[in-house]
Design a protein around this ligand. Structure first.
Ligand SMILES: [Zn+2]
Length: 321
């Protein structure tokens, strides 16, 4: 992979926009990178267990065993999945046996076709499968700016659905290594899968947790449940917490996200109870103490989404009935 190219693509820095909804929509739909430039980093967090941190996009993990490789998430385009495969190939020549899609956001499953070609079997929670089926068009639409800015062909993205689904827990054994897939209910998304490596005391939580990063709340049915889920995650016998975005985390980072989300929940509830409109909330520049957190430039989108949930009882992008 060409890390220098990616660094150069990410030099725009954090652009804060406080315009009305229309201007904001233009400002966030262009796919421009507004995050600080951080090179892609691969870390072996436990023997044979690797974490790839890509600050400007999304993260991955892979476990190398004697019998093959398990990959967590597949990136936002087949081009990026090819780069991920090249990074994996620097660590092993074993076949890719399993891919877990932690949730149904395009930046975590649009690269699936590359690993399908490699012969992988795909696993996800059954609600992730339903979200992928129902909202693939929505996911494609909201990522057109990303494709355009990077000159990636959207036509290369093929929907590859899970071969295997689970409801609450699935234990996989590969080459003597154990991986537990856990579902503790919806956090950021229906279907949010926690990938637990019990012996290594490592957890990859693609949707609910991202270190020092504002999550997009347009899919969650309940921020209170999401906060409770994060507190359960923080109570697990785990030392290393890996998120779908952001760098390698510790227990306190999970608790920090729970705190940030509960303040967002309380602040938004208070604003809606006062009868404030979306525009009035945008203008009040809320949650500014978190302005240095990754993704803050999208705050108006987050306010818009949560306003929708609080006033209609339904997420903007919901699990199909
Ligand atoms: Zn993501």
């Amino acid at each position: 992979m060409n890390i220098q190219t990616m660094v150069r693509a990410g030099v725009l820095g954090l652009a804060l926009c406080m315009p009305g909804a229309d201007a904001w929509a233009q400002a966030t739909a262009d796919g421009a990178v507004r995050e600080k430039a951080v090179p892609i980093l691969v870390t072996e967090v436990a023997p044979g267990l690797f974490f790839q941190y890509h600050h400007q996009e999304s993260n991955n993990a892979w476990l190398v065993t004697d019998d093959g490789v398990l990959v967590v998430d597949s990136r936002q385009h087949p081009n990026r999945a090819e780069e991920l495969l090249a990074a994996i190939r620097k660590t092993t020549d074993k076949p890719i046996k399993w891919v877990v899609n932690t949730h149904a956001h395009g930046d975590h499953y649009f690269g699936n076709s590359v690993f399908k070609r490699e012969g992988a079997t795909f696993i996800a929670h059954r609600d992730t499968q339903r979200m992928m089926q129902a909202h693939h068009g929505v996911e494609m639409k909201r990522r057109q700016g990303y494709f355009k800015q990077r000159q990636f062909d959207p036509g290369d993205v093929k929907l590859v659905l899970p071969d295997v689904t689970f409801d609450s827990r699935l234990t996989l054994t590969l080459g003597g290594r154990e991986v537990e897939l856990l579902y503790l209910g919806a956090g950021q998304n229906p279907g949010d899968t926690l990938v637990h490596f019990p012996k290594e005391k490592v957890l990859f939580s693609g949707g609910p947790f991202s270190k020092n990063s504002w999550p997009n709340p347009q899919f969650t049915p309940s921020i209170a449940n999401w906060v409770a889920l994060l507190r359960k995650v923080a109570a697990m016998d785990v030392d290393t917490f890996l998120g779908g975005h952001g760098d390698i985390g510790a227990r306190q980072d999970v608790l920090n996200e729970a705190q940030m989300l509960s303040e967002f929940d309380a602040g938004m509830r208070a604003a809606v109870a006062k009868g404030m409109s979306r525009e009035e909330i945008f203008k009040s520049a809320p949650f500014a103490r978190y302005k240095d957190v990754r993704n803050y430039y999208r705050m108006n989108l987050f306010i818009n989404s949560y306003y929708h949930l609080l006033t209609t009882g339904k997420p903007l992008v919901a699990l199909p009935e």
